[in-house]
Write a protein that binds this ligand. Structure first.
Ligand SMILES: NC(=O)c1ccc[n+]([C@@H]2O[C@H](COP(=O)([O-])OP(=O)(O)OC[C@H]3O[C@@H](n4cnc5c(N)ncnc54)[C@H](O)[C@@H]3O)[C@@H](O)[C@H]2O)c1
Ligand SMILES: [Fe+2]
Length: 387
């Protein structure tokens, strides 16, 4: 067996209603004045007020920062940190999707130490500690509540990651009640993102390990079982709980066995056209799977047995069944299937391929080597979905 290292959060609370019991965690962590980081959309639909009221009722009034933008820019991080610094907070809570959680993670570091934001990017660049941190996801997607990563938008078309075990929160709180109102399109996009995390962790070339494998398999089972119901019947509590746990397990898997070419080719689409992260993954997923087939077929065949129970045939046939199942699923949850349908200009494909090649940090994890010409072929296939 290959030696491996596995990091995750010290505590995971998975219980309906647990977002209304954050005071317990605050007390345990010695937090008396938390900063609550969220986005304006969640405030508008009334998701945040009960959490604030519950903290208030326990004598722990939170300072609210509710200005997180999707794909958060550095200015959002700095603004949240300024609010927290001004108020003298002693802990950070996020209630929201990957965008709010990623902002909270970096803010906890900025307020807990003296490093400037610019010095945090990259792997293991965080030197000091951080404020106590509790992350409460409201999307079933990024798994950010259990990953050591925060993704920040640094320029017009570029994002940068802060990657450090310091970013793992003290507590991750999975309360599926918060996800009941997640709109169908967001449910579909974030759900496919989570499925990609599971698939790419399972085939991750360098750090794949027995723990990440088991998490990825169970994540894919939960997500594959529940995604259609979660999209089409948002009030289905069992489906929502399955999705939230599935996304979290996929997050634990890829936090330790990193994602690869799907994410590498997805990032330029987010950067140039502001297509949501989950959809960018969905758009290139079937074509990357088809490209990887020569090297990944045996692992894809194993995953097919999870997504297509009773699938039969040899390795090639079962692996092909996985790609077919993914295409069917993308169709069922009503996401656009091609780059053309998503409005990506065909003449941009060579530029996108060059951009994707900059993601070597991710491409090294891919089961098959991706050269520039391959990236272009994958985008061409995804443009017309003919792979
Ligand atoms: N840290 C990581 O490990 C990691 C991994 C993957 C992606 N990301 C990052 O995460 C971000 C994407 O996060 P996301 O996909 O969770 O979306 P998000 O946080 O950007 O939210 C998307 C939209 O959904 C809405 N929303 C969220 N929860 C809702 C709910 N319960 N009900 C109704 N509306 C709701 C929000 O208001 C927002 O408008 C990107 O910036 C991406 O780069 C981070
Ligand atoms: Fe992702």
């Amino acid at each position: 067996m290959q030696p491996f290292v596995f990091n995750t959060v010290p505590q995971l609370i998975c219980r309906p209603g647990s977002a209304l019991q954050l005071a317990d965690s605050c007390r345990r962590l010695g937090v008396s004045k938390p900063l609550l980081v969220t986005d304006p959309g969640l405030v508008a639909i009334g998701l945040v007020q009960p959490v604030l009221a519950a903290l208030d009722a326990e004598g722990l009034p939170a300072i609210l920062f509710d200005q997180v933008r999707e794909d958060p820019p550095e200015a959002t991080v700095e603004a949240a940190a300024a609010v927290g610094r001004e108020a003298g907070v002693d802990g950070v809570i996020a209630v929201g999707g990957g965008s709010s959680m990623d902002v909270a993670k970096v803010v906890a570091v900025l307020l807990g130490g003296s490093q400037p934001l610019a010095s945090l990017y990259g792997v293991d660049q965080v030197q000091g500690g951080r404020l106590p941190m509790i992350l409460v996801p409201t999307t079933a997607g990024t798994g950010s509540e259990v990953t050591p990563v925060a993704v920040i938008t640094t320029g017009e078309t570029t994002k940068a990651g802060v990657s450090s075990a310091v970013l793992l929160p003290d507590v991750a709180v999975l309360d599926a009640e918060l996800t009941l109102g997640l709109p169908p399109a967001v449910t579909a996009m974030t759900g496919v993102d989570a499925m990609v995390h599971a698939i790419e962790a399972y085939t991750s070339k360098v750090k794949k390990n027995p723990l990440s494998d088991n998490l990825a398999r169970e994540a894919l089972r939960l997500l594959g079982t529940h995604i259609r119901a979660a999209v089409h019947t948002g009030s289905d509590r069992e489906a929502r709980a399955g999705m939230l746990l599935g996304a979290c397990l996929a997050g634990q898997a890829f936090a330790n066995a990193p994602v690869a070419a799907v994410h590498a080719l997805a990032y330029p689409l987010g950067g140039h056209y502001h297509i949501p992260h989950g959809l960018t993954n969905s758009l290139v997923l079937p074509s990357v799977l088809a490209f990887n087939m020569p090297d990944a077929a045996p692992l894809y065949a194993e995953l097919a047995e999870i997504l297509v129970p009773g699938v039969s045939g040899g390795v090639e046939a079962r692996a092909a069944a996985l790609v077919l199942a993914i295409r069917g699923l993308i169709d069922d949850v009503q996401l656009p299937a091609t780059l053309e349908a998503a409005g990506v200009p065909e003449q941009d494909l060579p530029m996108l391929a060059e951009d994707a090649m900059l993601q070597q940090r991710l491409l090294v994890n891919n089961p098959r080597e991706v050269a520039l010409a391959d990236a272009l072929d994958i985008y061409r296939a995804a443009y017309g979905a003919t792979a």
